[in-house]
Write a protein that binds this ligand. Structure first.
Ligand SMILES: [Zn+2]
Length: 341
């Protein structure tokens, strides 16, 4: 009896060591995995759930944010909201920055005026691979307000890209809970709509060789042309990042496809491009049928036009799909920029 007990103690000790070394709460990962496949049966996920998604989305896309144009009081409200969420989650600051803000001045290409704005950046330092970075990003700026006219004047940018920022916040909370071997940088970029300016500035300040992958979320609020429980990835053929995600999603009930809108050149039109140009396998996830979307860059891009279930399931799928990269088991190939002739 005694022998059996001490054997059991040794066994338990080894098991708990193994779990700690891996740094991942397997129960939570399993719960999330079950939830993605289970959401077809409306099982609620307590880790990344629709209530949290709804709260972030409706807050960031609210009229009082005035369309979140870089350099306006409206975007400042969004910045404060993101900072407070980062603080609640318990993220640390990035590099030499003393706060979550990476503030810089740039010239607005249209108006030629100087604008001061900030990327909002938080970090979860990795355990066994803290010098290897994965970035999870979305842009929190949008188009602001119409100068004059009747009726709705506010470009709420609910899909573009409050939905993506919602994903960044939800994934930060998730990975804080379940653990991660690599360091994860969570970035809400400014001035994407003015020409990928926030992410370009961020790119200049980093050692790109340390960034093993870039996960950008853009317009994840509408059902894709491929049907429910799917998303598409820009630049799919430019690294094996997408194949890794597909492998991890096998059996989850959620599928990832290559970007079907080749003529739109979307790989170079969102913040993933700023890091991809430095060689980082950095891609954008989206769900929106952009060729027929009536709300793209319109004042009608409101939270009410989005499907909360699509956003929630997509964020859960990104969590599962990127898990082996976050934990250092998979490293995507560096990105190829030239198109194959
Ligand atoms: Zn966008």
């Amino acid at each position: 009896m005694k022998k059996i007990i001490s054997f059991l103690i040794v066994l338990i000790f080894f098991f708990s060591c193994a779990v700690h070394t891996k740094g991942v709460d397997d129960a939570l990962v399993k719960e999330n995995r079950d939830a993605v496949s289970g959401l077809k049966n409306n099982t609620n996920n307590i880790v990344i759930d629709s209530n949290m998604v709804r709260k972030h989305l409706y807050t960031l896309a609210a009229d009082n944010m005035e369309g979140r144009q870089s350099g306006t009081p409206g975007i400042e409200k969004a910045a404060v909201y993101i900072e407070n969420e980062f603080k609640k989650i318990g993220l640390s600051t990035f590099g030499d920055l003393e706060s979550y803000r990476q503030t810089f001045t740039f010239k607005n290409r249209k108006s030629k005026e100087d604008i001061i704005s900030s990327n909002i950046i938080g970090v979860l330092e990795g355990k066994s691979k803290k010098d290897e970075y994965v970035i999870i990003s979305a842009h929190y700026d949008h188009l602001g307000m119409k100068k004059s006219g009747e009726g709705d004047l506010i470009y709420n940018g609910a899909n573009d890209d409050a939905s993506g920022v919602t994903g960044v916040l939800a994934l930060a909370a998730y990975f804080k809970k379940v653990g991660h071997e690599r360091t994860i940088v969570f970035a809400a970029f400014t001035a994407e709509e003015m020409g990928l300016i926030g992410s370009t500035y961020f790119g200049k300040e980093i050692d790109a060789a340390k960034f093993v992958a870039g996960i950008n979320l853009e317009m994840i609020g509408k059902t894709p042309s491929f049907g429910p429980n799917t998303a598409w990835l820009t630049g799919f053929e430019r690294s094996d990042f997408g194949k890794i995600i597909q492998k991890n999603l096998e059996g989850s009930g959620y599928q990832l496809f290559p970007d079907p809108y080749k003529n739109f050149n979307l790989f170079f039109r969102s913040d993933n491009a700023s890091l991809a140009r430095l060689g980082v396998p950095s891609h954008t996830f989206s769900t929106t049928p952009i060729d027929i979307d009536p709300d793209y860059h319109q004042v009608s891009d409101e939270a009410e036009t989005l499907n909360i279930t699509v956003i929630t399931q997509t964020i859960q799928a990104v969590a599962i799909g990127t898990e082996s990269i976050i934990n250092g088991e998979d490293t995507p190939t560096r990105v190829v920029l030239e198109d194959k002739k």
